[in-house]
Design a protein around this ligand. Structure first.
Ligand code: PMP
Length: 421
């Protein structure tokens, strides 16, 4: 197997097995990436589900440039700055949870959420509540704590026993939702249940598996009945991906703890937040300083990242983002209808702006050669699509043009020839 990329860069595992040379991207704009020789590539997955408004959005880029010349970094302990204050206020207004903890990646947002949930029970005299309930096929990040609450599989099996020994409820397949409810009910009823962490409506890295809002609402209700903390990991689904700002909105659910990252800055800077309700926050602080929340990191509320996120909030307020989402959603529905007729493609599914499908092929696990072969095929077609085993999906920037999206749909359809061959 050739070593992927230049030896100095240790690429994520998905590059493994790709033919050399790996194209070098020199610049980007909207849904377009340009290689060093000027070839245009359509970014059909928003460079890992991140650039919601497209690459290099002028308003966000300007905010970053401006902030970088004024205040680039500040320790937040005992000091604060305007971008963090404005951002926290904006997030609280939008999401209705009163406390905002800043970090720098989706995985860290999840780590922080788990620490908050376990800390809540310890600090309120219920330390025996220390088990985390998770959903089958879920993915919450690649740090050890986040891996612990994800599906045991290619991402984390090698690192067993990990940090937490979790309890898993089955994925709510259509027609079998009752099985999920019964399992969750039984686990929540246990004296040691601390929290349930879930990706609302779409399980991303676990295979773009989708379930309806009513199921999310019922799962949240079960947790509420038992006082089990409900953690929504909207790192992928947040910021409009499922058609609404949050996926939880569609179920009328307000989580106890909410994790956001990726689209929080419109894609331009690494930033994440964990929002918490008043009870979770209050449990961590005592006037006599006997309790606190032990989590600090160098880049918490980095001013440049916060300024990018404040600009993102302005884009949401002042640009027709919701209209772009509605247009993309309708075009994805047209594409899904076309793709559903293609032999060799199964389970075409859509949630808001996300379209996913499975190629019908035996033995196509994550580590089979299908994934790099598909990736290389799409690359040849000038489209950045990164499959998950035999699953491929589109999650483009909201403003992607009709022609570019049609090219993505056509590439997905044509890839069946590769599999047949
Ligand atoms: N949670 C979910 C639902 C995710 O999809 C991801 C990233 N794919 C993460 C957490 C981890 O985010 P990051 O890669 O920024 O650490």
């Amino acid at each position: 197997m050739p070593r992927p990329g230049k030896p100095a860069i240790w690429h994520p595992f998905t590059q493994h097995g790709l033919n050399e040379p790996i194209p070098e991207i020199a610049r980007a704009e909207g849904a377009s990436l340009y290689t060093t020789d000027g070839t245009r590539i359509i970014d059909a997955i928003s460079s890992w589900w991140v650039t919601t408004h497209g690459h290099c959005h002028p308003r966000i880029a300007a905010a970053i440039a401006d902030q970088a010349t004024r205040l680039d970094q500040l320790i937040l302990a005992g000091w604060t700055h305007r971008p963090a204050l404005d951002l926290a206020e904006g997030l609280v207004d939008l999401f209705g949870l009163p406390h905002v903890f800043f970090s720098d990646s989706g995985s860290t947002a999840v780590e922080v959420a788990l620490k908050m949930a376990l800390g809540f029970w310890r600090n309120t005299g219920h330390g025996h509540r220390n088990r985390v309930i998770v959903m089958q096929h879920s993915y919450h990040g690649d740090t050890i704590g986040a891996m612990s609450v994800g599906e045991r599989g290619v991402y984390n099996a090698a690192y067993a026993p990990l940090l937490f020994d979790v309890d898993t409820v089955p994925f709510p397949h259509a027609g079998a939702e009752g099985v999920t409810y019964a399992a969750l009910e039984a686990l929540c009823a246990r004296a040691d249940a601390a929290c349930f962490i879930v990706e609302p409506l779409v399980l991303g890295a676990g295979g773009m598996l989708m379930y309806p809002p009513a199921v999310l609402a019922e799962m949240a209700a079960i947790c509420a009945r038992h006082g089990v903390l409900f953690i929504a990991d909207e790192v992928m689904t947040g910021w409009g991906r499922t058609g609404t700002l949050l996926a939880c909105e569609q179920a009328g659910v307000t989580p106890d703890i909410l994790c956001l990252a990726k689209g929080i800055t419109g894609g331009a800077m690494p930033l994440a937040v964990t929002l918490a309700n008043a009870a979770v926050y209050d449990a961590h602080y005592a006037p006599d300083r006997s309790r606190t929340f032990y989590h600090s990191s160098s880049y918490t509320a980095n001013p440049i990242a916060c300024a990018a996120a404040v600009a993102n909030l302005a884009v949401w307020r002042e640009e027709p983002v919701r209209e772009r989402i509605a247009t993309l959603r309708a075009r994805q529905a047209d594409g899904a209808a076309m793709l559903a007729t293609v032999p060799g493609i199964a389970n075409v599914r859509q949630c808001g702006t996300i379209l996913a499908l499975d190629y019908v092929v035996d033995g196509a696990g994550y580590l089979s050669d299908l994934q790099p072969r598909l990736l290389a095929f799409f690359r040849e077609r000038g489209v950045l699509i990164r499959p998950l085993g035999n699953t491929a999906y589109l999650m483009p920037p909201y403003g992607i043009g009709a022609d570019d999206l049609a090219r993505c749909h056509a590439a997905l359809a044509d890839a069946v020839a590769l599999i047949a061959g």
